[in-house]
Design a protein around this ligand. Structure first.
Ligand code: 5CA
Length: 429
């Protein structure tokens, strides 16, 4: 992509309303733009990252055996009256009337809707286990939307729903999602600690939140210092050990019952990027979602639900990966892999070299953002550092004379002068 043909509205100054670094950087890098409180436009650079995060989430859900569907954002009230949540949910639910005065809502979550799909089509225990998921926009009329996409009113969520014949099966489904979550966050360069949590309006008896430790996190968390010794990048994580270690959010933490001695107990702040729930028959009972068991008896299915904050993750990744110059994207979610800077578009030899590199990288399938603007070098470098692409290539008159360009790794800042063939070999390796 040529920057002269792209749409990248970077800002020099961070808008005053942005309190945390990820919000400031997302606005400055032209990733998002607020439309109304807690409601954002996703501009091209931000949208590319959102899609990459979404893709990783999708790949790991598919790998775990979940099946993707898409449910509407608008739901009829009837289903929620059936489950009992129409009255229970409160003012966070955006309720609307259609032209026939029928009560509708913009979905804050989809347990009712998916249970309705299930009960209409699944009749036998032989069709279980089943896990259906979607990646879809949600609306919650949060009392205090803030921190940009971290606590929005409209936000993108991955929500999965498992159906099993009995509690043992439901626990297996829960554990499968637990493992998938650790993999998912790890692929984005995040260490997410699973913590026992309250299940709130979703309901149920077992629940874990996945929390990224960050000073700007909204949750107050408690955890065994042993978590700090775990290598979350290890090929095989010991799930049983992870589950046995103590970690809890403040609404679940009870100092009187905490099994961790005070000297080993760490406290801090976390960003909740995922939340999983086991709630048994909370929805299948009132909505009569049953299957016939092996002995022909009708059995209410055991359910769980599993959320990931897809749009929140974009902010959370920035909280974990930035420096004083801007964002430092992990490669897996970077909007482009390479930034190519032509320092002198007015110099034919620089432009010939930059154009050749651009063409060859594009042909090799590398995502390149090519700064071909007629701008000062300082502005170009600052833009590249701000938007945080993993690799920057600089083509300038001095290097070109010697047949060299500079490769800079954004994360370490390490710079190397290379001839174009060596550069391509390195980036395509
Ligand atoms: N039905 C369940 C799981 S599918 C559910 O709704 N869980 S949740 O309420 O915990 O939300 C799932 C995830 O969505 C959260 O872990 C969080 O990462 C994200 N999320 C929740 N509220 C917001 C919000 N206001 N803005 C951005 N992300 C949010």
């Amino acid at each position: 992509m040529r920057l002269t043909r792209y749409f990248l509205p970077v800002l020099k100054e961070a808008p005053a309303e942005a309190e945390i670094v990820s919000h400031r950087l997302m606005l400055r890098a032209g990733m998002i733009q607020q439309l109304a409180a807690g409601i954002y436009n996703w501009l091209p650079l931000g949208f590319r990252v959102l899609k990459k995060v979404e893709r990783i989430v999708r790949e790991e859900m598919d790998r775990a055996g979940a099946i993707e569907i898409l449910m509407p954002t608008i739901q009829p009230a009837d289903l929620w009256i059936e489950s009992g949540r129409w009255d229970a949910y409160g003012p966070e639910m955006l309720r609307v009337l259609d032209r026939h005065e029928r009560r509708m809502l913009y979905g804050p979550t989809n347990e009712e809707n998916v249970t309705d799909i299930f009960r209409r089509h699944v009749k036998s225990y032989r069709q279980l286990p089943l896990n259906l998921y979607q990646i879809q926009w949600k609306f919650r009329d949060e009392i205090r939307p803030r921190f940009g996409v971290m606590r929005g009113r409209e936000f993108l969520m991955k929500d999965a729903y498992s159906f099993d014949l009995d509690a043992e099966g439901a626990r297996r489904s829960y554990d499968t999602m637990f493992v998938a979550y650790l993999r998912t966050f790890r692929r984005m360069g995040l260490t997410a600690i699973p913590m026992q949590a309250e299940s709130g309006p979703i309901g149920g008896t077992m629940s874990h939140e996945f929390q990224i430790l960050a000073k700007t996190g909204e949750s107050h968390v408690f955890y065994d210092q042993a978590f700090e010794e775990i290598d979350f990048s290890a090929a095989e994580l010991d799930i049983e050990k992870l589950k046995s270690l103590y970690a809890a959010t403040d609404d679940k933490h009870d100092p009187a019952r905490c099994p961790v001695p005070p000297e080993r107990l760490r406290t801090g702040r976390g960003i909740e990027v995922g939340h999983i729930f086991y709630f048994g028959t909370k929805y299948s009972k009132p909505m009569r979602a049953t299957v016939t068991g092996p002995d022909d008896r009708e059995i209410e299915v055991e359910m769980g639900s599993y959320g990931i904050g897809v749009s929140r993750l974009v902010g959370a990744i920035i909280e974990a990966h930035h420096d004083e110059h801007g964002i430092v994207w992990p490669e897996s979610v970077a909007p482009f892999r390479v930034g190519l800077v032509n320092l002198r578009p007015d110099d034919p030899s620089c432009t010939a070299m930059a154009e050749e590199l651009y063409a060859r990288l594009c042909n090799a399938g590398v995502e390149v953002l090519y700064d071909d603007r007629d701008e000062r070098a300082g502005v170009k470098f600052a833009t590249m550092d701000l938007i945080g692409l993993p690799f920057q290539i600089t083509v300038g008159p001095r290097g070109v004379k010697e047949g060299k360009v500079e490769l800079k790794e954004r994360k370490s800042g390490a710079r190397t002068d290379l001839d174009p063939e060596a550069l391509l070999a390195r980036l395509l390796a």
